[in-house]
Write a protein that binds this ligand. Structure first.
Ligand SMILES: N[C@@H](CCC(=O)N[C@@H](CS)C(=O)NCC(=O)O)C(=O)O
Length: 217
């Protein structure tokens, strides 16, 4: 049985849950992190979420968890058989971690979680996000998903932050292909269940939503 340790309102936990949902795997989720704290025997030395346990194999780092799930349970599905497609997916997973996360995470933390940030800083991060998402928009031209016709792990990690990007009160450029892709993701039941989760607009609302999601699988 797969156990996911992590609060439901963490975007990194959402990547793992969404992958599990797409693969139709049974799982149990436990509330860990944020206002729930960490148990003494938490098996991730970084004391962050998510952590996955599959029959005593412990995996942490959301990208590694998604790769593990896709390669173990999603051969020919989230984990494409074709090496070129799989490598393209991997490339966009790395891009997510090294480029977009570095910009989007602080923007979200300032706008919703109460991190300090000036209007100039918000403007700069918003513009940097727009510039990076233009790259993804270009990749999505004439494609249903990031690597083509098939939903892959690249869609999972990048798509998991799209609900937030698309609903934050910020200026977004007209990104036709990205918007069409996002709309397609919003039609998927596993995306609706695990990613489209309200987050509020300030730390108090954030905490309320965190608690109201307690115990939900
Ligand atoms: N690189 C890590 C980042 C994980 C991370 O930053 N997790 C955040 C939540 S999204 C966290 O654990 N924050 C502390 C907490 O929830 O107590 C990953 O991708 O798994």
């Amino acid at each position: 049985m797969i156990t996911v340790l992590g609060r439901r309102n963490s975007a990194n936990v959402q990547k793992v849950l969404w992958a599990i949902g797409e693969l139709g795997l049974p799982y149990v989720r436990q509330d860990v992190g944020g206002s729930f704290g960490f148990p003494d025997d938490y098996p991730n030395p970084n004391k962050i979420v998510p952590t996955l346990n599959d029959n005593d194999l412990v995996v942490w780092e959301s990208g590694a968890c998604v790769r593990y799930l896709a390669s173990t349970y999603g051969q020919g599905n989230l984990w494409p058989d074709d090496i070129a497609t799989r490598t393209t997916a991997d490339m966009w997973m790395e891009w997510h971690r090294s480029d977009i996360t570095q910009i989007f995470f602080p923007l979200f933390m300032i706008l919703v979680r109460g991190w300090p940030g000036t209007p100039q800083k918000i403007e700069k991060l918003t513009q940097d996000c727009a510039r990076l998402f233009q790259q993804l928009d270009h990749q999505l031209e004439n494609k249903t998903f990031i690597c083509g016709d098939q939903l892959t792990s690249a869609d999972i990690v990048n798509g998991a932050i799209m609900y937030r990007y698309m609903t934050l009160p910020i200026a977004r450029p007209e990104l036709t292909h990205l918007q069409a892709w996002y709309l397609r993701l919003t039609q998927r039941p596993a995306f609706q269940k695990h990613v489209m989760i309200e987050y509020g607009s300030n730390p108090e609302q954030w905490n309320q939503h965190e608690q109201s999601n307690a115990g939900i699988q």
